[in-house]
Design a binder for this molecule. Structure first.
Ligand code: ATP
Length: 242
């Protein structure tokens, strides 16, 4: 059984259908990259999986259990953690306090502040600094660390490189590689196509709320994904010929 299944999900913003019947599954330990142009529906899809936005139709299943009507705070406890676009930290609180909020909201696990700081060594000297005073990279590391404090089965990452310098993005991705190597299941939204393809096992390209292309990242060329961005590629559900 797949760890996470999304079945015919439809998500609206008022009259606008931002996600139009999306289905996919993700296996334990897999990394799935969600790409697509601005407004394709990636953030809305992640938020619906996290329970932050109630879908109009369709289902979200974790280990076969239907979560569709479970509120977001309970989904954290069940193993789904979202690192939202824009990080959404409590800027008056310290790194440690923000991390501990992740623990409070989550379930029992073996993640401690010390363990998370091991993953993000640049945060160690900033442990007692207010997050409003941190650099963008340090804030992003704190946001990812906060999600990790709940020992998630599925980590949802929304544009973690947004607004960061290439060097800092390299550092954030180096930390993510460690998580991937340790078997964490990840769905990430990433605008940088090369990075998305390099880090993931599988890629889904969305176009106007639908899946325009899906395939193993090693077998999908950059050119094919670019075509899917613009609606020039036929939808695929398996391997895509090189
Ligand atoms: N809060 C909202 N209210 C109304 N419409 C929204 C809202 N959030 C998103 N939308 C619309 O829903 C559609 C999908 O947006 P979404 O943010 O999910 O796309 P995205 O692929 O994540 O794009 P981006 O890369 O710009 O974040 C867009 O047309 C967007 O304008």
């Amino acid at each position: 059984m797949s760890l996470l299944s999304v079945e015919n999900l439809v998500v609206r913003h008022g009259l606008l259908q931002a996600v139009r019947g999306v289905s996919f599954t993700i296996e334990r330990g897999e990394t799935l990259a969600l790409v697509g142009a601005n407004g394709a529906g990636k953030t809305t899809l992640l938020r619906a999986i996290a329970g932050a936005h109630q879908p109009a139709a369709g289902r979200v299943l974790l280990d076969g259990a239907d979560l569709t009507n479970v509120p977001s705070h309970r989904r954290v406890g069940m193993g789904i953690a979202l690192v939202p676009e824009g990080r959404k930290l409590f800027v008056q609180m310290t790194v440690e306090e923000n991390l501990l909020l992740g623990k409070t909201a989550g379930r029992s696990g073996d993640r401690s502040v010390d363990k998370v700081l091991e993953m993000f060594p640049n945060l160690k000297p900033r442990r007692h600094a207010r997050t409003g005073h941190l650099s963008g990279g340090e804030q992003q590391a704190t946001a990812i660390g906060r999600a990790l404090m709940s020992s998630p089965d599925v980590l949802l990452l929304d544009e973690v490189s947004l607004g960061l310098s290439p060097l800092i993005v390299d550092r954030v991705y180096a930390a993510l590689q460690g998580l991937i190597a340790s078997g964490t299941t990840i769905i990430l939204v990433e605008q940088d196509l090369n990075r998305a393809l390099a880090v993931s096992d599988r890629v889904i390209c969305m176009l106007e709320g639908r899946v325009a292309l899906e395939g193993p990242s090693k077998e999908v060329s950059r050119d094919e994904v670019t075509k899917a961005y613009f609606g020039l590629h036929r939808k695929s559900t398996g391997s895509v010929p090189a």
